[in-house]
Design a protein around this ligand. Sequence first.
Ligand code: ZN
Ligand code: MN
Length: 257
Amino acid sequence: MPRDQRRLDHLTWPEFKERVNRTAVIVPLGAVEQHGYHLPLGVDGQLPFHLALEAASRFPAMVAPPVWYGYKSQPRSGGGGRFPGTISLDGGTLTDIARDLIADLARQGQNAIVLLNGHMENTAFSGEGADLALRDRGAQAKVVLINWWEHVGPDVIDRLFPEGFPGWEAEHASLTETSLMAHFLPDLVLQDRLQQDEEFRPVPAYSVWPEPIGLVPESGVLYQATGASAAKGALLADHIAGEIVSILRAEFPDLAD
Ligand code: ZN
Ligand code: MN
């Protein structure tokens, strides 16, 4: 594996020291969660990791090792905890991880911190970690939390979903995630296991504990991956990375080239 200057885990400590607060630090947040018959369990961490690397090619940033685990998969947005291989953290654990990483980066003088999230269920708990790092740990930092899917513009949505967009909760292991994986990590997309004929069956828009059986389609794909392609993934990746860089320029103008 060649050394990648964008990756914090590839740097030496003097290199890190040299770059502290002269670049942003992006921490990708993922999940270990089922993604249908055709995608691996690590999609939600891989996508923000690769989007972060793309953003770091266009804006001064170090990409920290991803937090590969996330808050509990919910049936409506990730298929839920009943699928084998979905391995999740309690909310307080994720909050503590986010809080500790932010506080320890800030302790070393790193003020510009970005949480780039790839798993819907992480949103509130990682944000809570950011808030507690500043409130309770006195972290001198500015933290920006970005959910990548919230930065796909309506023009791109219209191009990718000419028959109508099902909403981001249903877009799980479906067209966008499959296309982005086909772009970044094509060997991890099992095209021959992609269900072409599965019907879209919306999951009820309310939550029940204990988690009901049979709530989501057997495959774990909540919408449809039909029509996914590496070309669409390339379009999405370029667009989303551009949006991320716009946010970084706006929030961290002193770091922009
Ligand atoms: Zn996902
Ligand atoms: Mn997810």
